[in-house]
Design a protein around this ligand. Structure first.
Ligand SMILES: [Zn+2]
Length: 201
């Protein structure tokens, strides 16, 4: 489609359209807002993004965000419990309920439902290492109530079979197909509070 826009502007619209929940229309509105606020928005945005690009990375062990040149909280070995989630958004939503203040392990997704042996770059082996090396007492599996989420939980449970760690899972109150990220605080709070031990079969 021919456009009267500068290529630079079209490129920016294309990038912003890729953000979750945004299409070309809202992307255009955002770009317009930016162009009308060069000093107040573009300048701090450019600076902040440059800083994040340079200084913030994902930890290769626990999947959390960390500063490039400092140790991740997962290396501190001062926690008894690890809460396992699929992604950072899940961690944020659990944190916002205030029910869990321990350490998190962010898998970076789920295993495909049908090929439960395929690891697909998820941070599962580093989780097993963390449990074995540190004196972790409980692993709380907070994956979604989707088939993939449950397949993943089962696989982790199986991989931890030889350790003595207590494994628990969020209570069954989770709606089937419920993704952690989209649960309301009340549901999540009670699922967490009423979590039960996993029975290995
Ligand atoms: Zn880490």
């Amino acid at each position: 489609m021919p456009s009267n826009n500068l290529k630079e502007i079209d490129d920016l619209i294309k990038i912003i359209s890729k953000f979750p929940g945004l299409g070309p229309k809202s992307a255009k509105r955002i770009v317009l807002k930016l162009m009308n606020n060069r000093e107040e928005l573009i300048k701090p945005l450019v600076n902040t993004l440059a800083k994040i690009y340079k200084n913030v990375v994902r930890c290769k062990i626990c999947g959390n965000l960390k500063l490039t040149d400092s140790n991740c909280t997962c290396s501190k070995n001062t926690y008894d419990q690890i809460c396992v989630v699929e992604n950072i958004a899940d961690m944020w939503v659990i944190e916002s309920t205030g029910i869990f203040k321990g350490n998190y392990h962010i898998l970076g997704g789920t295993l495909p439902a049908l090929e439960s042996k395929k690891n697909d770059g998820l941070l599962i082996s580093t989780l097993i290492d963390r449990v074995k090396k540190n004196s972790v007492k409980e692993v709380i599996l907070a994956t979604s109530a989707t088939i993939e989420g449950q397949t993943t939980a089962h696989y982790i449970q199986d991989s931890l079979k030889d350790t003595k760690v207590k494994i628990s899972k969020l209570a069954q109150g989770l709606p089937v197909g419920g993704e952690i990220e989209f649960l309301d605080d009340g549901t999540l709070f009670s699922a967490f509070k009423n979590r039960g031990p996993v029975i290995n079969d």
